[in-house]
Design a protein around this ligand. Sequence first.
Ligand SMILES: Cc1cc2nc3c(=O)[nH]c(=O)nc-3n(C[C@H](O)[C@H](O)[C@H](O)COP(=O)(O)O)c2cc1C
Length: 437
Amino acid sequence: MTGPQGAVAPGPSGLTVTGVPGLPEISPGADLAGLICDAAPGLRDGDIVVVTSKIISKAEGRVIRADRERAIDAETVRVVARRGPTRIAETRHGLVLAAAGVDSSNTAPGTVVLLPEDPDGSARRLRQAIGERRGINVGVVITDTMGRPWRIGQTDAAIGAAGLAPLRDHRGQADTFGNTMDVTIAAVADEIAAAADLVKGKTAQVPVAIVRGLAGLVTGSDGPGAAALIRPAAEDMFRLGAADVLYERRTVREFTAEPVDPAAVRRAIAAALTAPAPHHSEPWRFAVVESPRARTALLDDMLAAWTADLRGDGFTQEQIARRTRRGEPLRRAPLIIVPCLVAEAAHAYPDQRRSAAERAMFLVAMGAAVQNLLVALAVEGLGSCWVSSTLFCPQVAAGALGLPPGWEPMGAVGVGHPAAPPRPRPDRDPERFLMTL
Ligand SMILES: Cc1cc2nc3c(=O)[nH]c(=O)nc-3n(C[C@H](O)[C@H](O)[C@H](O)COP(=O)(O)O)c2cc1C
């Protein structure tokens, strides 16, 4: 039943949410439909049966004897954020939640409860079994408890659904002032899950609730399930969390022809400028090579310089051609940024040792800024490849680009939209890279 503004209007007797007490401890293979129908004899056509995922997991044998941290590893496809021992992780269902949904509460010591393998499938089976048993059409929502990034406290959300429209799309409808709503999609399956949580409770043995009065949401078919509530990655403005942002950067050497948004480049350069630097200096500069003329001059002059170097080394024409092909990532990139060091703030020393140390300080500060740049570009969805190039022919590059005096090029960064997803990152055990003293 849809109200004048597309709201979900309860039936004439209003909306009721009733806990279903009296269910036994659920063991693997339990007939949940039978147990629920026995415990809720008044279940009616158009009701919505809201079930805590934990009893689905228990019935489906998803309680395992395992170390909790290992179980979280196994359930995780992406760690989004981490603080201390707490991990917010994406599961293979696409859900993002604490501990990848692994729960060690309300289960025997030494065991953990994993989320159902396929909560929408579980909801469909339960709905069908209730329908067969009672000859009624009900909606089923399977819930789990989730925190919210910007809100204190947890609430239940739908992780599985069947026989229910999980979303109410109000886009295109007019509000009370006649303004067309552009973005409003009500997550009714989540709202139902949260309402049911009010009566189910966490510790009382009430893992099921019946929501009555929303028959307008109950559908004849299974429908899209709670999978419809998962925001596609491309639309997720907060996709990268504190834990996975650095992992997002990979060297990309193949790009699409799609141009690079200059505003995104400016945002990434602003992020680069947050790098640490010696003596409170600001030694970073960036030559953004936008014009085709500057780009061609840079690439052609660098190629000529490289070729001359290789010829001087005694390589044949064929060998030179093979080697210089490696310079192609920049040619394939729609945009080139040349990071430059301006070391005017470096202190002068009379001896070679301290002069070299001073130089090293500014070079590492440039590395920090370029890393910031590359990570910020990745956050913008842009691929990048930092190549040595200009470091080997600084005068040639400076001349081709007409760099101001004192700008020392630090390689070049090809930027563009990645043509393909990156290869898997090698697994690096930090223990191999550190010593403890
Ligand atoms: C200072 C520097 C110079 C590099 N020069 C080149 C280069 O000339 N050509 C190239 O294809 N990649 C170059 N790279 C990229 C590395 O090959 C790349 O970082 C490495 O393969 C690791 O891959 P990842 O960046 O995806 O983690 C350079 C990287 C750095 C930091």
